[in-house]
Design a protein around this ligand. Structure first.
Ligand code: MSP
Length: 646
């Protein structure tokens, strides 16, 4: 089987995952799934970039060792990617000892081939950017950040980048596909037309890095270390070279100039292709911590689903160009294309097969043609062509044209009329044709919408996974007649604009607070803490405390207690056979709807007590503030129902 190896950048661990990182990882996941459906044996790797002064400082700020800090943030990336269900084969951390050995090997090979020399360098250094600022003079500030520069003289190892100028030009000129899109290639060629300065690849000003062999006090410059993660990730499987590095446009020079030069110097194979996509902007601004406009992926996933984000990013923004991210545009896209488009075609088609044909896909009558065959063939050819070129929005547009054609055909043929008129053959032809078109659209959209297309596939009656299908064989008329379909389920329920946006904003606040804690920043208090000088209760021992059985419960039902403006009657699942009935005095602050689905803390072994005629079997834990209003306790992370608190 042909092999294909692709990578995402390895992400810095001084920030928690946001939609920028998610964007590249989604694209990687889509390409992996597409290539698999083309019959390739695919490996997709990502990872975390964990060395350097910025990360060392972030760890210090968080009051943690760099080891503990980088592990916590790397785990956060992993956990996020797991929730999104990305088909990742390996997450390479640069703090992995195997990686250090591999970077040292690259250094030794470059050294042995004469491309590394020792020198000393005096320059003006930007601590924030961890780089010398070329041509800076005394008193200058960092042009990017405005921070003062430090004058530093370092004994460094230098990489003879200058020796590779001609070879790099030849690489880009002879392989126009090596760096895509074209605009990036032109920028790099323009850069290569100027003189190339040698590159200092070791540092003595930092400790948090990979040690240079036989040179105590020197660690590698982060990019000499980071780029090698692509190689380390597959070193044991012998998968190098990479077929594709997916990156954002701001790191093109490192990938298209430095990286091939390092590999040429060591005599190792070069990656085959680099694709640089554009930036996601938020309110037309670059996302940044200082602007406070960072969008996190998890709230979107929880409110709308992973597929909704995947679809929106790849359909709305031309891959390669910059694009704006906005919640309202995402909900609009979702409703227009997913709920009313693919989702509606699926539920219409499947419901009619249920209703008119007892849930069995009818056979195409002998003399019937496949009226949507050309649409299927065109969409297939266009989608494959687009996937090959990473033109995702074009590909999706072609698939949605097929969906549109199927919708139009339904309206024209009006199967409900055929049913009434008992035109059985014609009805079979129409139902078969639309289900077959749904099958083709589902398959073609599978790399972008893995969760929902798997569901439609199952609803079409398939027992085999959709991922086992191959694009090369896709044609009209392949839907097996006589296949029984299960009861219809909604695929993309319509979403209301404002409540969905509100939900995402709410979840975003919680997620931000959780990530701030992780990165060691003190989260801003949501309501000012005012203990109100309440005297402490008398001291207890741990034995006293364990007598209180506190459990995680989830609210399954909630309604106001009639005749009371304070009490809420709830049924709360704490992992027992039946949810508990619990009455709590929180109704002035919490609507019944806002409690539904919420995870709360329950005192589970409190003696039952009747409130307004309802027997309450437990108590909800809540903070009571000076104004007497309760705030229900909850969790920032997901916890299983029934877990005990101690
Ligand atoms: N650690 C380096 C990369 C080393 S690769 C050997 C790095 N890390 S990063 O955390 O800053 O991630 C940068 C990458 O994340 C970008 O190249 C891009 O893939 C993705 N994005 C981060 N922010 C982004 C946007 N706002 N928009 C689109 N992608 C962005 O650079």
């Amino acid at each position: 089987m042909d092999k294909y190896y692709l990578t995402t950048p390895i992400y810095y661990v001084n920030a928690a995952p946001h939609i920028g990182h998610t964007y590249t990882t989604i694209a990687g996941d889509v390409i992996k799934r597409y290539k698999q459906m083309q019959g390739f044996d695919v490996v997709l790797t990502t990872g975390t970039d964990e060395h350097g002064i910025k990360i060392q400082r972030s760890a210090e700020k968080a009051g943690q060792t760099p080891e503990a800090f980088t592990t916590a943030v790397a785990n956060e990336f992993s956990a996020t990617w797991r929730k999104f269900g990305f088909a990742l084969d390996h997450e390479q951390r640069t703090t992995d000892p195997k990686h250090a050995a591999n970077v040292q090997r690259l250094f030794k090979d470059c050294l042995a081939n004469g491309y590394i020399y020792k020198g000393s360098y005096t320059g003006y250094y930007s601590v924030v950017n961890e780089a010398f600022v070329p041509d800076a003079k005394e008193g200058d500030v960092d042009p990017e950040t405005g921070q003062p520069l430090e004058k530093i003289t370092e004994e460094n190892y230098f990489f003879k980048l200058s020796a590779f100028r001609e070879k790099l030009i030849a690489l880009h000129e002879n392989n126009p596909d090596f760096l895509q899109p074209e605009t990036r290639r032109n920028e790099v060629l323009a850069f290569l037309k100027q003189d190339l300065a040698d590159l200092s690849i070791t540092r003595t000003t930092i400790r948090w890095g990979i040690p240079v062999p036989d040179e105590p006090g020197h660690v590698f410059y982060v990019w000499f270390d980071a780029l090698m993660a692509y190689h380390t990730a597959v070193v044991e499987q012998g998968r190098w070279p990479a077929d594709l590095h997916l990156i954002g446009k701001e790191i093109v020079r490192f990938h298209a100039v430095y990286w091939p030069a390092f590999l040429m110097a060591a005599g190792w194979e070069l990656p085959k292709k680099i694709f640089a996509h554009g930036w996601l902007l938020f309110d037309n601004n670059k996302m940044s911590k200082s602007r406070g406009n960072i969008v996190r992926p998890e709230p979107i996933r929880q409110a709308m689903g992973a597929d909704a984000l995947r679809y929106y990013l790849l359909r709305e923004i031309v891959f390669g160009a910059d694009g704006n991210f906005a919640y309202d545009a995402m909900v609009t896209r979702y409703n227009a294309d997913l709920a009313n488009g693919l989702g509606n075609l699926a539920s219409r088609t499947l419901s009619m097969i249920q209703q008119y044909r007892g849930g069995v896909i009818p056979a195409l009558p002998a003399e019937a043609t496949l009226p949507l065959a050309t649409n299927i063939a065109n969409a297939t050819a266009a989608a494959i062509d687009a996937y090959e070129k990473f033109e995702f929005s074009k590909g999706l547009e072609a698939i949605w044209q097929l969906i549109g054609a199927a919708d139009k055909y339904i309206v024209e043929q009006a199967p409900w009329k055929l049913f009434k008129a008992k035109e059985e053959d014609k009805l079979n032809e129409v139902l078969y044709s639309i289900a077959d078109a749904l099958r083709a659209a589902t398959l073609l959209a599978a790399p972008v919408l893995p969760e929902s297309t798997a569901k439609i596939w199952r609803l079409l009656g398939y027992a085999t996974p959709l991922t086992a299908e191959r694009f090369g064989q896709l044609e009209a008329g392949q839907l097996p007649a006589g296949q029984a379909i299960p009861p219809v389920e909604p695929v993309f329920p319509r979403l209301e604009m404002q409540p969905t946006i509100d939900k995402m904003n709410e979840l975003e606040e919680i997620e931000k607070a959780r990530q701030d804690l992780l990165l060691g920043k003190t989260p801003e208090p949501v309501t000012p803490a005012d203990p109100g000088g309440i005297p402490l209760a008398s001291q207890i021992t741990i034995d006293d405390f364990v007598k209180v059985d506190l459990r995680v419960g989830q609210v399954k039902f909630a309604e106001k207690v009639k005749g009371s403006d304070k009490l809420l009657h709830m049924k709360i699942d704490i992992g027992e056979a039946e949810p508990r009935t619990i009455v709590a005095g929180i109704s002035q602050v919490y609507d019944p709807e806002s409690m539904l689905g919420r995870k709360v803390v329950i005192v589970a072994n409190l003696a039952p007590r009747k409130l307004k005629g309802i027997e309450s079997h437990g108590m909800i834990v809540a903070a009571s503030t000076a104004d007497g209003k309760p705030t229900v306790a909850g969790f920032l992370e997901d916890v299983p129902i029934g877990a005990r608190l101690k």
